[in-house]
Ligand binder design. Structure first.
Ligand code: ASP
Ligand code: MG
Length: 416
């Protein structure tokens, strides 16, 4: 017997038929003897619709009212799933964020979970064998008592936080993919599903655009050591053996991974732009003068590379921004030219960032060097390189993305 959190995203609860299917998944686990808390998203497309309504009603709306509106999508699905479970003989009760309660900060629209009281749920598991069906994405601010939401994709974070609060053995994320792959299978057909991936690796994969889960949910899983299992919600409930190991990927502590590969996966993003500031003054405060205004303009800067000055007076500084922010970023820099002091700005859009990720890199030398050779053999030019303990990232021309990802995927033995 185990204690499980089962999280279902929007496509899994998109209509009443699918909610019935979810109920069968839940019933299967209950019948296997497990204590179950279910976390649900809003029906597919519902949150977008609610967000659009807010925009239409009042373009500059109060974030507290935005939360009051968008949190409603999950309220609907938790109630529907609880009543569906009852019809198939499973004792269940719905819970809104304010009822548990799930306390959050008061950053409406992107609140952080501060504390969850899991005692009542645990009591009901023991006394009544009752399944808890909890609305994801929402919580409540303790002092004001107002409903909050956790930011788009936040029901993943709800699920992991609830798993920590009730000390669950596992948090199952049912989604429209059957796990985490070594890279995007649409680009590399020989990509394979990982059985296990360490939290740290998954954080890199997630923040680099492997959009399976909200990044914050992985951070939370890492802090509280919640084992997260990503699996498909399209598997038919009746085909699953509750005592077997279903297909999926376990995101867990690295200590649980016996056979660690040097490289676990390759992430990439195509929509990057590169900005190089030439002959910028090499003196204290210059980086602050550059990145301060960009941050104020809400432009996300990544991969900063600064050269060591040759003449002791000026240097070159290169970084990336999302391609959509390229024009805005160069505009901000042009406006602060005097404060920064530089000769010119060079830039390029159509840039891709490729990242090779693996905790095995900590103990292996020369992992990146192999990539440089392989890309050179394919005549792919590397524009910039950054490295950290468990990954290295390369900037290349976007036209070579597929070729580069495929090359590296086989180079590191990831082809199935
Ligand atoms: N329904 C919310 C959204 O669409 C939360 C979630 O699905 O995770 O962002
Ligand atoms: Mg999601």
């Amino acid at each position: 017997m185990a204690r499980l959190v089962m999280k279902f995203g929007g496509t899994s609860v998109a209509d009443i038929d699918r909610i019935r299917n979810v109920a069968c998944h839940v019933k299967r686990e209950v019948e296997a003897g497990h204590d179950v808390a279910v976390v649900v998203s809003a029906m597919a497309g519902k949150t977008n619709e609610l967000v659009a309504w807010c925009g239409a009603a009042a373009p500059l709306h109060d974030a507290r009212e935005y939360d009051a509106v968008v949190a409603s999508g999950e309220q609907v699905t938790s109630g529907l799933l609880a009543m569906t479970l009852e019809t198939i003989g499973v004792n269940a009760r719905s819970w809104q964020g304010w009822q548990l309660p799930i306390y959050t900060s008061n950053a409406h629209g992107s609140a952080r979970i501060l504390d969850i009281n899991g005692d009542e749920l645990i009591k009901r598991f023991a006394e009544r064998g009752q399944v808890a069906v909890i609305s994801g994405f929402q919580g409540v601010h303790k002092e004001t008592g107002r409903i909050t939401t956790l930011g788009r994709g936040g029901s993943d974070t709800s699920a992991v936080a609830i798993a920590a609060a009730i000390r669950a053995d596992r948090c199952d994320i049912y989604t429209d993919v059957d796990g985490i792959y070594t890279t995007d299978p649409r680009v590399v057909p020989r990509a394979h599903r990982l059985d296990k991936i360490a939290f740290e690796e998954m954080l890199e994969m997630a923040s680099l655009g492997a959009k399976v889960m909200q990044v914050r949910s992985i951070e939370l899983g890492m802090v509280h050591n919640v084992r997260i299992f990503v699996r498909s919600s399209f598997d038919r409930p009746e085909d699953i053996d509750p005592h077997g190991t279903p297909p999926g990927t376990l995101i867990c502590d690295e200590a649980e991974i016996m056979e660690q590969q040097v490289v676990s996966g390759i992430a990439f993003s195509k929509d990057e732009a590169q900005i190089s500031i030439r002959r910028v003054q090499d003196k204290p405060g210059v980086a602050a003068a550059i990145f301060g205004p960009l941050a104020e303009a809400n432009i996300n800067v990544d991969m900063i590379v600064q050269n060591v000055s040759a003449d002791g007076a000026t240097t070159d500084l290169t970084f990336t921004v999302p391609a959509v922010d390229y024009a805005r970023a160069t505009d901000v820099l042009t406006k602060s030219r005097e404060a920064i002091g530089y000769e010119r700005i060079d830039g390029a859009t159509d840039i891709a960032k490729i990242s090779v990720i693996g905790i095995g890199m900590r103990s292996h030398a020369g992992v990146a060097a192999k990539a440089f050779r392989a890309l050179a053999d394919r005549q792919i030019n590397i524009r910039a390189i950054t490295t950290s303990e468990i990954k290295f990232s390369l900037l290349i021309d976007a036209a070579y993305t597929e070729l580069a990802v495929r090359t590296l995927h086989s180079l590191y033995g990831l082809d199935k």
